[in-house]
Design a protein around this ligand. Structure first.
Ligand code: AMP
Length: 587
């Protein structure tokens, strides 16, 4: 069985293609959204999802979130005395989704299609494949998120013929894709975006301004009082969602220990203020939109429909801005949180040759330019450091292109090939993906020829191969020379490390979530309520120790009733009702 997975910055989802249509799979809490948060509890066991999110409030030093932002980098964080990379943390989330899918399908799940932002580079894509491997999943395809959304829409809309723009603002990344739909074909014409732009930037900007009103500086507070910042960010996340529905809202600023008490100062923020504070973030979506339209050789009036994807597109200011950018109202007929996972499931169904998808064809593009460093002759001299594109951005994939290079000096026996991604003329402004050396060039005058072939596959993974024209000798590079590249033995060690992690069994997830939520709330309650909660918590802990579900369940239910009465943090979770983006924003 192949599943489709949306591995998101904030939330992750898993879905599967049933006979007729894609279907989302709920986790053990009954939610289709699993928070992309990982924590290590007091006993060193791994918590994933909402339990980890609750645990993070009191123990930010034992939990990690938003690690998708660090895929493709050397970032690592120390949790409970051990270092974890973004790949390993992502693998924990994937493992949890895999377990949910297995429980739902009642069979092992070993293959997956995983989505990534279209603008993810080669390293970030490889890290995603590696995270899948660590979680015990063979990654059949890395699929671009906006393409996945277009696939879900393509299927939803039947055979209608139109050009759509997918505006995808998630938790941490922004993509825009221009896609043509016709007769079962879903053809991406152009993709563009920014890797570090998403809903979390709005939350941080809000938290920063709220702190400013209290005379404090966000970066400084982050260093000095992480508990305060962790709790404030959680409060601001809630306020941000509230401002999606209401004209104003208030946030309480926790104390340095991250506690909210009756004396915690409250700061009121209006929707207008929030908009003014974050205009500069929103404006960063405009250049990628213009570039995408330009690359597709289309004007905005050629776009028949604009589709919103990603949780951050719920904000009314985003809806308005998209309308300004495209000159038309955006639509979101499919839940923007779910559409990517649904598309991934359809792609998984294409792999599994699902009968209902016989006529569906999907083509995608490479969203950035790939090339090598060359030297240019300037007067008498050669100057290095220039970028020569080999595959131009928005070329349909898979693609293979050859360029001929020549040696600069007589009897030059080797050439170093440095591979870059980016749009800048000079290499220092682009991203280096790797390098390799072609050796054994026959002696002779300058101008010995070397053919360089770039192959960019359907996963967005690049391979480069050089051939010495005179001898036919080849040298090649699957772009893996990044400093952090794992050798086979490193990979084995990482797999062993992963296997040694003790993950809470799936059927314990609800208990863990309720326990962590109650512990978090305990710190915030007035004393009389605290005592009541303490009693309930002790009863629940005792029941957990008995390991008897018939004893645990009634204690848990009693505790949950108390939590729903007194915990304000979960009262505001947004619901999606479908329809025009404006309807949703106005509700
Ligand atoms: P995604 O990565 O697509 O799950 O998007 C998650 C982002 O959407 C996070 O930054 C959330 O804060 C944001 N988000 C989700 N719901 C809302 C809402 N109702 N209002 C504002 N932002 C939201």
């Amino acid at each position: 069985m192949i599943v489709g997975i949306d591995l998101g910055t904030t939330n992750s989802l898993v879905a599967v293609m049933t006979d007729e249509k894609p279907e989302l799979i709920a986790n053990s809490l009954g939610d289709t959204l699993t928070r992309s948060v990982v924590g290590f509890d007091e006993s060193g066991q791994v918590l994933v999802g909402r339990a980890a999110q609750e645990f993070q409030v009191l123990h930010p030093e034992r939990c990690a979130s938003q690690f998708k932002r660090y895929m493709g980098t050397d970032w690592a964080c120390e949790l409970a005395g051990k270092k974890y990379s973004a790949v390993e943390l992502s693998a924990c989330v994937l493992k949890s989704l895999k377990a949910d899918a297995e429980a739902f399908l009642k069979q092992p799940v070993e293959r997956a299609v995983i989505t990534v932002p279209a603008y993810f580079n080669d390293r970030q894509r490889k890290d995603t494949i590696r995270a899948g491997e660590l979680a015990g999943l063979k990654v059949e395809r890395i699929l671009n998120e906006p393409t996945a959304a277009a696939i879900a829409y393509g299927l939803h809309e039947g055979g209608s013929e139109k050009t759509i723009a997918v505006f995808d603002l998630g938790g941490g990344t922004f993509d825009v894709s221009i896609v043509e739909l016709f007769e079962g074909a879903i053809e991406v014409r152009a993709s563009s975006g920014e890797c570090f732009l998403g809903g979390e930037d709005f939350t941080r900007a809000l938290a920063s301004r709220v702190l400013e009103t209290r005379g404090a500086q966000f970066e400084h507070a982050e260093q000095k009082t992480p508990l305060l910042v962790s709790r404030l960010l959680q409060q601001c996340e809630r306020l941000k969602r509230q401002l999606t529905r209401e004209d104003s809202g208030a946030v309480r600023v926790p104390n340095e220990q991250g506690e909210l008490t009756d004396d915690s100062p409250s700061v009121t923020v209006t929707r207008e203020q929030f908009k003014a504070w974050t205009q500069h973030i929103l404006a960063r979506t405009s250049p990628p939109v213009q570039r995408g339209l330009g690359d597709a050789r289309l004007k905005r009036s050629d776009i028949d429909e604009v589709i919103l994807v990603g949780g951050a597109t719920r904000m009314p200011m985003v809806v308005d801005y998209v309308q300004e950018l495209f000159g038309q109202q955006a639509r979101c007929r499919i839940n923007p949180d779910e559409v990517v996972a649904l598309g991934a499931a359809v792609q998984a169904g294409l792999f599994a040759r699902n009968k209902s998808l016989d006529d569906v064809v999907v083509t995608d593009v490479c969203p950035f330019t790939l090339g090598v460093e060359i030297s240019k002759q300037l007067g008498q001299d050669y100057r290095s450091g220039y970028f020569m594109p080999i595959i131009n951005r928005n070329t349909t994939i898979p693609v293979s292109r050859v360029e001929r290079l020549s040696t600069l000096a007589p009897n030059q026996s080797e050439v170093k090939i440095r591979v870059f991604q980016g749009e800048a003329r000079r290499i220092e402004d682009n991203l280096q993906l790797g390098e390799f050396t072609v050796r054994g060039i026959p002696a002779g005058p300058a101008g010995q020829e070397v053919d360089l072939r770039f192959t960019y596959d359907l996963n967005g993974v690049l391979e480069a191969e050089a051939t010495i024209v005179k001898t036919g000798k080849k040298a090649s590079l699957v772009i893996t020379t990044h400093a952090r590249h794992l050798s086979d033995s490193d990979l084995k060690a990482a797999v062993a490390n992963m296997a040694s992690l003790k993950i809470h069994p799936r059927d314990e997830a609800v208990n863990q979530f309720v326990l962590r939520r109650a512990e978090r709330l305990y710190k915030e309650l007035p004393l009389d309520l605290r005592d009541r909660l303490d009693g309930l918590l002790s009863g629940f802990e005792g029941a957990l120790a008995s390991q008897d579900q018939t004893v645990i369940a009634p204690h848990r239910e009693e505790l949950e009733m108390f939590l729903s009465a007194f915990d304000r943090d979960h009262a505001d979770d947004a619901r999606w009702d479908g329809g025009d983006a404006s309807d949703e924003a106005d509700e």
